[in-house]
Design a protein around this ligand. Sequence first.
Ligand SMILES: [Zn+2]
Length: 292
Amino acid sequence: MTREERHKAIVRRRVFVSFCVIVLAAVAALIIYAARAVFTPDGEDKNGSDSGISSMSSQSSDDQQDSSADNSSGSEPDTPSYPDEGPNGLDANYSKLLLVNGEHPLAEDYDYQANLMTIPNEYLNNSWFKQIGGQIDKDVWPYMKAMIDAAWEDGVDLYVWSPYRSYDMQKTLFDNQVSSCKANDPSLTQAEAEAKAATVVARPGTSEHHTGLAADFNMASDSFENTEMYKWMQENAEDYGFVMRYSAEKQPITGVIHESWHYRFVGINNAKEMNRLGMCLEEYLEYLGENS
Ligand SMILES: [Zn+2]
């Protein structure tokens, strides 16, 4: 091979190597381009998520604006504002939150006589109370009367079965219940029979009936739950300041079995708020204490 031929061979090799480098570079560029094309949809998804997040955050800032608007109206957040006046011009803010239960008894000599009045017999359906005179807190009676009158206007036969009970009356009822428990199960000790009786009839001094702020309606029986009176009370009692005091759900707190017939006056706006919050009186008083 001559020197000239060797030189040409070197040039050809360099051209070939350059060509290969260019081809490889072109292939690499193609791969990168293809890769970017393949991964672009992910990028779009990510952008989509981003816009989702930004729309969520704008949503939450809307919420913040809403709640700050609520705050600027002067009421506590989440607490609806209630009117000052109930049906028949009744004071909706009038309140009676005295707590009486197994842990908060009234003294044996606790006497409400000065605050009591006798319910007109036409509002009672219990012949015993018609004879001895059914009594109720005189400030609560206008609310109870308005409620019964309204039920009557709706064609519902709502009556007071058992209102105020003195300590002696409670003792008689409780002793009768203890006897009944022992008759049903003679193996019970006195303490066991009393404990069992206490879930049905309050121990003397621990009955809400002692306060003159509570009453049983129509009957003291589970069958009340199947009556139109119960249905009417479920819908309307709070408008007159009464709550069903003992639900099955709250028995662990109240210590009393479900009593569909027992209603307690707490005040119109308190009754509405208790029902809205789903609280029994024990819970509501704690809630008020925490939020005062
Ligand atoms: Zn009762």
